[in-house]
Design a binder for this molecule. Sequence first.
Ligand SMILES: Nc1ncnc2c1ncn2[C@@H]1O[C@H](COP(=O)(O)OP(=O)(O)OP(=O)(O)O)[C@@H](O)[C@H]1O
Length: 121
Amino acid sequence: MGKFLKSVRVAMSGIGFALRTQRHMQIHCAAAALVIGLGWLLSLSAVEWALILFAIALVVSLELVNTAIEQAVDLASPERHPIAKAAKDTAAGAVLAATFAAIAIGVIILGPPLWRLLFAS
Ligand SMILES: Nc1ncnc2c1ncn2[C@@H]1O[C@H](COP(=O)(O)OP(=O)(O)OP(=O)(O)O)[C@@H](O)[C@H]1O
């Protein structure tokens, strides 16, 4: 197998691990599928799609990094330690910050057309 294909395979296995083991990753992916479905229903523009897809990629990527940090911390410090706590809490904070931004982007882009579809037609 080529080097590139091997890199893709191990990266996909990392994504699979996070999907199987992390409840938050499953929630993010379910929310992403819902938003993509709504975007298709509401015929978003190219720029709107770009923003939505960027927000989804940011949240999912940070959840993957958060998972990697949790695994590394559990390996390095199975016992409780304030630095282990700081590492895990900070990584979780990164996911939370991106999630807030993604929710804001979703409301700004999907809110008005969804409102018109539901209440003004
Ligand atoms: N080794 C540790 N030392 C100190 N505090 C820890 C340690 N491991 C976990 N914690 C604390 O418990 C919290 C939860 O950690 P945990 O590893 O269970 O992740 P999680 O937030 O439950 O993530 P997920 O549900 O996505 O697996 C951390 O954010 C941290 O505050």
